[in-house]
Design a binder for this molecule. Structure first.
Ligand code: ZN
Length: 421
């Protein structure tokens, strides 16, 4: 293990190039273990190689020339080592990379090239695992120089590079009983849903980084592993979802209940493009109705007190778990998989008590063009907005004050939903 790490230090162009080492194998094996029997049979001899070899392809592109092509993109001919397979950049870019390699794997599977498919799947495993690694969670600070300024090391870890110790350990990952989720019935849908799944993995991994650092400082190796396993377990679930979905797509075999759940998707918890590096909700400050930021699932009274999302309907007031509250003049933009969904619906309205004196224009834009707009007063019932998004790749929600009492513009987008037909 050490030899491999040393070798990658010598040949790789960037000092932060290593991801999970041994854990890549452990996470991949844990994920493959929960695939249904027919999928394991479909992979045959390649199943074991995925965990033993292929999940390391993107790290070994200089030493393993035979397999380097499986971690390359036609659109980036000069790049042998694709940094984006190890570190997330921004949504549109890594969304395309996820889509590209998923398409490669599915196409190979459909053409009966199982070995090729498994190698591309290995590249995808690696990318998902690196994105969900506790060492890859702080954009631009992979050696934790900045984090160590915030969290000064004990004598034990003084002057030590933190990347390797934070993510590497000798552990097995197992997720018995986990049922992998079908993420789509075509590549565009599956890659887009997988990206949102990975976002959950990244945020989960971020919650492990500091506890791992503190455990290192304190010289508590069991605590290090405990938190590493929190990240690795989540990663195994994401990898299981991805592998399961690719094999369903490759074999064109979908279980009916799973397929039905994909008919529509609520996007109120998804990360918008404005939240660069997933810094949601902090990137979109607004000052009206109060100094605040968009929130998923709650609305902030006075800019500070979280309350349930609530709207007035014809049938009475109703609370909503999936939705977004936002301020005036700050758009929220969501990447859509083009051609997958036909319609977008959302309940627009003002919070019945907080927003009683407000008046807000709700606008839905698609690729810069207005699709739908309404003006609502706080005393009116919420309204269902609906638009055709079949040709839209960026969906934008925008609020504009249309009243005098701007402090009452408590606007809510409830149950924003993409529907296939
Ligand atoms: Zn890596």
């Amino acid at each position: 293990m050490k030899a491999r790490l040393l070798a990658s230090l010598i040949v790789l162009p960037c000092s932060f190039a290593f991801g999970w080492g041994q854990p890549h194998h452990a996470i991949t094996r844990g994920a493959l273990d929960v695939l249904p029997a027919w999928q394991k049979n479909l992979l045959g001899d390649e199943l074991k190689k995925l965990g033993d070899l292929y999940c390391m392809i993107p790290d070994n592109v200089f030493s393993d020339k035979e397999n380097a092509a499986y971690a390359k993109m036609e659109s980036r001919p000069g790049e042998v080592y694709l940094q984006i397979l190890h570190l997330p950049t921004q949504q549109p870019e890594y969304h395309e990379v996820i889509r590209y390699f998923m398409d490669k794997a599915v196409t190979a599977m459909r053409e009966g090239r199982t070995t090729d498919a498994a190698k591309f799947m290995g590249t995808i495993c690696h990318q998902l695992e690196d994105y969900g690694s506790p060492s890859h969670t702080v954009p631009g600070d992979n050696q934790f120089t900045l984090l160590q300024q915030f969290l000064p090391p004990s004598e034990l870890m003084n002057d030590k590079l933190m990347h390797g110790p934070i993510e590497n350990g000798d552990f097995t990952v197992s997720i018995p009983g986990y049922q992998p989720i079908l993420l789509g019935t075509n590549v565009d849908e599956a890659a887009w849903r997988l990206m949102h799944r990975v976002h959950e993995g990244i945020l989960n991994a971020r919650s492990t980084t500091i506890p791992i650092m503190q455990a290192h400082y304190a010289g508590e190796p069991e605590t290090v592993v405990k938190h590493q396993l929190r990240a690795a377990t989540m990663d195994a679930k994401v990898v299981a979802d991805a592998m399961h979905t690719i094999l369903c797509l490759g074999a064109n075999k979908f279980e009916e209940p799973a397929r039905n759940t994909l008919q529509q998707v609520r996007i109120g918890t998804f990360i918008p493009l404005e939240a660069t590096s997933l810094y949601y909700p902090q990137t979109q400050f607004f000052s009206s109705p109060h100094w605040g930021h968009p929130r998923s699932g709650v609305i902030l009274a006075g800019g500070s007190q979280a309350m349930p999302l609530k709207l007035r309907l014809e049938s009475g007031d109703k609370e909503f778990a999936n939705g977004i509250s936002a301020g005036m003049g700050k758009p929220l933009t969501f990447l859509l998989p083009k051609g997958v969904y036909a319609r977008f619906t959302v309940l627009a309205g003002l919070h019945p008590e907080l927003g009683a004196k407000g008046r807000v224009e709700f606008t839905i834009n698609g690729d810069g063009k207005q699709l739908s707009t309404i003006i609502l007063k706080g005393t009116e019932s919420a309204r269902l907005m609906e638009c055709d998004v079949s040709q839209v790749s960026e969906l934008q929600l925008l609020l504009t004050s249309r009243g005098l009492d701007t402090k009452s513009n408590y606007a809510i987008w409830a149950e924003p939903t993409l529907i296939k037909k």
